[in-house]
Ligand binder design. Structure first.
Ligand code: ARG
Length: 453
């Protein structure tokens, strides 16, 4: 049974049928399709289009279909073009011709947009809990890190010492922004298209506000033409997912780097690393590399949908059928990646000595300049003097802390014996005590604020 056969003298070409059919993708919205239909049947009943008996029969039939989906017993047949057809076909088998009344005043255009939004409204909370797990892990690691120091990098060159806990939290905040983006998106998903008809609105006198409420939407869409073609929510969802993917990719890149023998800041647990079929010594960070790789795929899904939407004429066009697969794939990707990254980070071993040994006194060159600032010299001058000290030390193949007091005083008479205190990395860290800085207190405050949120 197709839903549109009457006007045609022959059936659709087999290959065209395959191209047109969306069941393999949209059967994932089966429950939402039934829920939308139950609500629509209710609206038709209220509008006196369905009698009491018809409404009861349709509702019971839909309940049965839903139970079949839940138990995995629902059987699709080759003529099911999409999930909407499948549900209506089954309803007809269950209750007979009355099923044909359900589609009164409704189109698959408002129906599919409704199903898709309903699906997304239930998917977002799943994603949010997956975020929580990883974020909790990051905060736990930050707390465990205590006073562990590590080198901070800019341009991947040693820059300034930081607290490891500060670094862990630097990966918490991007994820928090991602969460907020997903949460904020809910209000733009929670708009009901049902009752927009194919494009011009439904002739059935339905109370769309009540219909919206019955399905858990915040409001009914204000313009039927826009409503059947609006896929902003799908594009936004993909952006949120892609941004998350990019954050996870950046984190992964650092873990890949820091677990290398050259850095050796962390070691992955065996449960989250993989071996080589050839080289027995290898312990590979595949899960992080895959996460980094999947960020590329997510970017493709987002740009793909944006390209589909660009230049579509007003209202529904079949191009829009391309909207669901990328959203489903992005969701599956994040739901697969987030718990694995959480697990891998929860079980990672930190190597505080390796981190500490990677901090050299050149990383306190800024503190050296700040030292002279405390003696009243303008920073622009102290930056030059400290730079000269670096040059002398490099030329002499020594560390900054190994330069003699005479050598310092030759650069500026303001240097005194207490200059050597600036080469203590913990002192450097403790000075950075303003909100957001790397000092122990500042990071403690960050943790407290996060936990209070
Ligand atoms: N499978 C379609 C989709 O996903 C459902 C809407 C079909 N509408 C239509 N006018 N053919 O977009």
């Amino acid at each position: 049974m197709t839903l549109w056969g009457g006007r045609f003298s022959t059936k659709l070409n087999d290959q065209a049928w395959d191209l047109n059919s969306s069941l393999p993708v949209d059967q994932r919205m089966a429950i939402q399709d039934v829920d939308g239909s139950l609500a629509w049947a209710g609206a038709l009943h209220k509008a006196n289009i369905l009698s009491d008996e018809e409404y009861t029969s349709i509702s019971l039939g839909l309940d049965t279909a839903k139970a079949e989906f839940d138990s995995g017993e629902f059987l699709f047949v080759p003529s099911d073009e999409d999930i909407h057809t499948a549900v209506e076909r089954r309803l007809t088998e269950l209750i007979g011709v009355t099923a044909g009344k359900l589609h009164t005043g409704r189109s698959r255009n408002d129906q599919v947009a409704t199903d898709f939004r309903l699906w997304m409204l239930q998917a977002i909370p799943h994603l949010l809990s997956a975020f929580s797990l990883l974020q909790t892990t990051l905060v736990e690691q930050a707390e465990l890190a205590g006073e562990t120091l590590m080198p901070g990098y800019t341009h991947l060159q040693r820059a300034q010492p930081i607290l490891l806990s500060h670094w862990w939290l630097s990966h918490y905040h991007p994820l928090q922004r991602d969460r907020e983006r997903f949460t904020d998106l809910i209000k733009r998903v929670s708009i009901l298209p049902l009752g927009s008809g194919a494009l011009a609105g439904t002739p059935v006198p339905v109370d769309r506000a009540a219909l919206a409420e019955s399905l858990g939407f915040a409001v009914a869409s204000p313009n039927s033409l826009d409503s059947v073609s609006d896929r902003d929510f799908a594009a936004e969802f993909l952006f949120c997912a892609t941004m998350t993917g990019i954050h996870l990719s950046k984190l992964s890149e650092q873990i890949v780097l820091y677990t290398s023998t050259e850095f050796g800041f962390f070691e992955l647990s065996d449960a989250f690393s993989t071996g080589s079929s050839l080289m027995p010594q290898k312990k590979n960070p595949d899960v992080f590399e895959l996460t980094r790789g999947k960020a590329g795929t997510l970017i493709g899904l987002l740009t793909g949908l944006l390209a589909t939407l660009k230049g579509l004429p007003s209202t529904y066009d079949k191009d829009l059928q391309e909207d669901k697969a990328p959203v489903f794939m992005a969701t599956d990707t994040l739901l697969a990646v987030l718990p694995v990254i959480a697990g891998a980070l929860r079980t990672i071993t930190t190597k505080p000595e390796r981190m500490r040994n990677a901090i050299d006194s050149f990383m306190m060159a800024t503190d050296l300049a700040d030292y002279l600032v405390s003696k009243g010299i303008p920073f622009r001058e102290t930056h030059v003097i400290a730079g000269k000290a670096v040059r002398v030390a490099v030329e002499q193949h020594v560390q900054l802390e190994e330069l003699s007091l005479e050598a310092y005083q030759a650069l500026s008479p303001a240097f005194e014996a207490d200059v050597y205190q600036v080469f203590d990395p913990l002192k450097s860290i403790e000075k950075r005590n303003a909100i957001g800085g790397t000092s122990l207190q500042s990071v403690k405050n960050q943790i407290q604020q996060i936990k209070g949120d």
